[in-house]
Design a protein around this ligand. Sequence first.
Ligand code: RTP
Ligand code: MG
Length: 140
Amino acid sequence: MAIERTLSIIKPDATRRNLTGAINAKFEAAGLRIVAQKRIKLTKEQAGKFYEVHKERPFYDELCEFMSSAPVVVQVLEGENAIARNREVMGATNPAEAAEGTIRKEFALSIGENSVHGSDAPETAAAEIAFFFSQLEIVG
Ligand code: RTP
Ligand code: MG
């Protein structure tokens, strides 16, 4: 199995409720290592750029508002099959459909305010990591 890196974001609904540590504990328990991490506040424009793939979706504006409404914690997670592993730990986008024990099942408030983001493929992981981090900031 390949060692991968993926981009994770702890979203505003979770930072507001002081859940950063509880969410990180889930990643670490799943064998994912946090090899880079910073707390930032996105502007609506920066959120819009990050989520540009969703530009045509009906929820785009609401999503960009939400992602810039409070600080987020952006992180690089590393481990075996980290991209798929992380998405497993996150659970389904809609918390009503998320499996027991997943982050979204335990913490998400709604399909929009769903506590975490995770890259969905090797190409998007590489691009999303580069969006937030320089190589020097990632220490494996
Ligand atoms: P993410 O990209 O954040 O890891 O989540 P995902 O792959 O599970 O979901 P995606 O389809 O990529 O959607 C990105 C984010 O947009 C918000 N969303 N809102 N109101 C809605 O119907 C709706 N659908 C999606 C969520 O915050 C979702 O994580
Ligand atoms: Mg996605």
